[in-house]
Write a protein that binds this ligand. Structure first.
Ligand code: ATP
Length: 309
């Protein structure tokens, strides 16, 4: 649904995108992460047909972005990092204004505005002036503006910045709801703990290059490092663990072991039972979740990383 190949973008004296290529499948929520200045905003603006790269190609919702930027605007919703809202307009007026700018008129305009307000949970505020709304609600109005023309792809630049934890959680739920309705989302964010709630894929951008592409399938989200602590040494622990299905990357430690285990809670219960049945003196069996934050930080700490997260 979103594809980029060999993208190069330069500001005077700065190469912001340096041979960027990636794809996002239909129905995914892809997280775009990276340190400040990595090129996230530039990439999103190029995909939204708002900036033109020096070289490369992009297809979004089956539209060649460079050849048909207007068609791209119709199929893509974009929320800028620092968006502006017309403070003196009501929510309804804001949505009508943006829908009309996209060429939507007549019945389609009225239903589009009503449905989008309902979808975003702001229907009860529709006659309220924007300046009277809380930050969380303003964010929803801004996202409603990005959605009102019925795009297939949503590009969001730091949508959760400045929101309180509850508003962020509601936003995460909204993204999942939009995904269920068939939308594809690319969301840039610094708040990795929240991306974990909804992202299915993670793209890491560093110094204008995609340095990692990870699929965060639900099963992968469940993959965990297990930390096992024993009350007394157990000589054949390493051998025993090696024989257990689903256990990998065993590292024996002075007081026990640490290993990767892929399995649901029932499988974990069976694993613990097996250990105890074999006489392993388990005093603690705890799961350390592998999460996006770990993946991101380990990527940034690799040789060549020049920017602290
Ligand atoms: P942040 O997380 O801080 O928003 P970002 O990953 O979105 O950063 P960009 O804003 O795309 O990164 O910037 C990429 C690079 O391009 C940076 O080095 C930035 O300083 C530079 N840059 C961005 N906009 C301009 C501009 N208008 N003129 C010159 N350089 C720019």
């Amino acid at each position: 649904m979103i594809e980029a190949e060999h993208l190069i973008f330069e500001y005077p004296g700065v190469r912001a995108l340096d041979d960027v290529g990636f794809y996002v499948r239909s129905g995914e929520i892809a997280a775009l992460v990276g340190p400040n200045g990595a090129g996230k905003t530039t990439l999103l603006r190029c995909l939204a047909a708002l900036d033109r790269p020096l070289a490369g190609s992009m297809r979004v919702a089956e539209v060649d972005v460079l050849a048909r930027p207007r068609a791209c605007h119709r199929r893509v919703g974009y929320l800028a990092d620092f968006y502006g809202l017309y403070e003196e307009l009501t929510v309804r007026q804001c949505l009508i204004y943006v829908a009309r700018a996209h060429g939507i008129v007549g019945d389609a305009l009225l239903t589009g505005v009503t449905q989008t307000a309902a979808r975003l949970g702001i229907a009860d505020r529709i006659e309220q002036k924007v300046r009277t709304l809380s930050r969380g609600l303003r964010q929803r109005v801004a996202i409603a503006q990005a959605l009102v023309h019925g795009p297939e792809v949503l590009l969001l630049d730091e949508p959760a910045s400045g929101l309180d934890p509850e508003a962020r959680h509601l936003l995460a739920q909204l993204f999942v709801q939009l995904q269920r309705e068939g939308m594809t989302l690319l969301v840039s964010s610094h708040i990795l703990a929240e991306l974990q709630e909804y992202a299915t894929t993670m793209l890491i951008l560093r110094r204008g290059r995609i340095v990692e592409y990870e699929t965060v399938e639900p099963s992968a989200r469940e993959s965990a490092t297990v930390r096992l602590i024993l009350s007394a040494p157990f000589a054949s622990l390493s051998m025993l663990l090696a024989e257990i299905d689903g256990v990998t990357q065993v590292s024996i430690e002075p007081d026990g072991a640490r290993f990767l285990y892929r399995g649901d809670p029932v499988a974990q219960h069976e694993l613990l039972k097996t250990l105890i049945e074999h006489g392993v003196p388990v005093s603690s069996f705890a799961q350390e979740k592998v999460n996006l934050q770990d993946a991101y930080l380990s990527q940034l700490r690799r040789p060549g990383a020049d920017v602290a997260p």
